[in-house]
Ligand binder design. Structure first.
Ligand code: AMP
Ligand code: MG
Length: 388
């Protein structure tokens, strides 16, 4: 048995080799950059107007209007002192522009422009290179491409990005009692639900599964199922069959398939019988079958590994601290991840903390963490990971 910190350290410390690929900009969301990016030119590339208004030459309250430049125009007007040019947001301003005055603060009579107030030097001019200089570092390797990153890469004219490949994931669910939703079941059977949580959580974080297999609690079938799944993935996620019951064949089947155990059992609630193993460059997580346990273990342990294998510069869900709405004492005798709801900056621990209880997790949006025997008074800070 390892502690949560030890388990996370083992996941984080795995040595891996990353693969990279070229992706079109529009398909790069959620990928990490495989190379450093420098700006190929100044951004913006030319002085331009931040407003619809007037480019002014000199600082006066009255100007002679001599022309117009719209966004996208390349024309170059040379103003004389005391002259102004009509400009629009994003338009290249004449070279000798002293300031731009927004149109709301102006009046035009015939071809004379009157300002309501005195302009200030460089006011409303977006300067060439004001955001980035040519050759300046934009992103370093491992930067995770979020929507504004895509906009920035696009604004640099880059349509193909060199990114780290994402791991291929296979899912196995185990259990004689499991029936696929939509099918009829008999007394004693239940509907299989963990694979939907796992594939949903994969999707939530930009991953997808390649194959999903359901196997019975039978040693030979488990061995064969694992062998097949390992044939086409970088990460295998197994649900159930990893406890100490007579029908739990996963651990032994992994050994028989040449998977080496990195840890088995974590001192935590839920998810104590969590297994992590490795076979060369393939990784296996065997998650406890109880629905809340398996999903909790996914968020806490599987996600950081997937992100690490994707070349992410930072991995795992960040932990935030929120004041708790009510007193809470951890009586589970183990460090615990609690189903919680965070709203209006406050955390509430939900009813229904059992490992099999998924309803509270579904209605909440966070996993709160309390140490073994931790006791909190109302308003004390509690550590939370936001899961939705
Ligand atoms: P196990 O870890 O296989 O001993 O399963 C623990 C509990 O989780 C049992 O009540 C199982 O019926 C339940 N369980 C296991 N796998 C699933 C699954 N894929 N979907 C829903 N419940 C499951
Ligand atoms: Mg089982």
């Amino acid at each position: 048995m390892v502690t949560i910190e030890e388990a996370l350290r083992i996941v984080e410390d795995q040595s891996i080799s990353l693969k990279s690929e070229t992706k079109p900009l529009e398909e790069s969301l959620g990928y990490a950059l495989a190379t450093n990016t420098v700006s190929p030119f100044d951004v913006p590339e030319f002085d331009n107007s931040a407003m619809d208004g007037y480019a002014l030459c000199g600082l006066y309250q009255e100007y002679k209007l001599v022309g117009e430049v719209a966004a996208g125009d390349s024309k170059e007007i040379l103003m004389k002192d005391g002259e102004a040019v009509r400009v629009f947001t994003g338009a290249k301003v004449p070279q000798n522009t002293t300031a731009v005055m927004m149109q709301e603060k102006t009046t035009v009579k015939a071809s004379t422009l009157f300002l309501d107030e005195m302009p200030k030097t460089e006011q409303n001019i977006r300067k060439k290179g004001g955001q980035l200089k040519e050759g300046q570092e934009v992103f370093t390797e491992g930067h995770i491409l979020n929507p504004p990153s895509l906009a920035l890469m696009g604004s640099l004219g880059l349509s193909q990005l060199n990114v780290f490949s994402k791991p291929r994931v296979n899912i196995i669910t185990t259990g004689n009692e499991l029936v696929k939703p939509g099918k009829s079941k008999t007394e004693g059977q239940i509907y299989e639900s963990n694979s939907y949580a796992i594939s949903g959580a994969l999707q939530q974080f930009g991953f997808e599964h390649h194959q999903k297999t359901q196997i019975l609690d039978d040693f030979e079938a488990t061995k064969a199922g694992i062998k097949t799944a390992l044939g086409s993935c970088d990460v295998l996620i197994i649900s159930g069959g990893i406890s100490v019951g007579d029908y739990d064949f996963v651990k032994q089947s992994l050994e028989e398939n040449g998977v080496n155990e990195l840890f088995y059992k974590v001192f935590q609630k839920p998810g104590k019988p969590l297994y992590f193993g490795r076979k060369e460059n393939q990784f296996v997580f065997a998650l406890p079958g109880n629905p809340a346990s398996s999903l909790t273990c996914f968020y806490v342990y599987v996600l950081p590994l997937l992100q690490k294998l994707s070349g992410y510069g930072r991995t795992g869900l960040p932990t935030y601290q929120f004041p708790i709405k009510h007193p809470y004492e951890n009586r589970f005798g183990r460090p615990s991840f609690l189903k919680a709801a965070v709203f209006d900056g406050k955390a509430q621990i939900l009813d229904g903390q059992g490992s099999s209880m998924i309803q509270s997790m579904a209605k909440g949006n966070a996993l709160a963490f309390v140490d073994e025997n931790e006791k909190l008074a109302e308003g004390d800070l509690i550590r939370c990971k936001l899961i939705s």
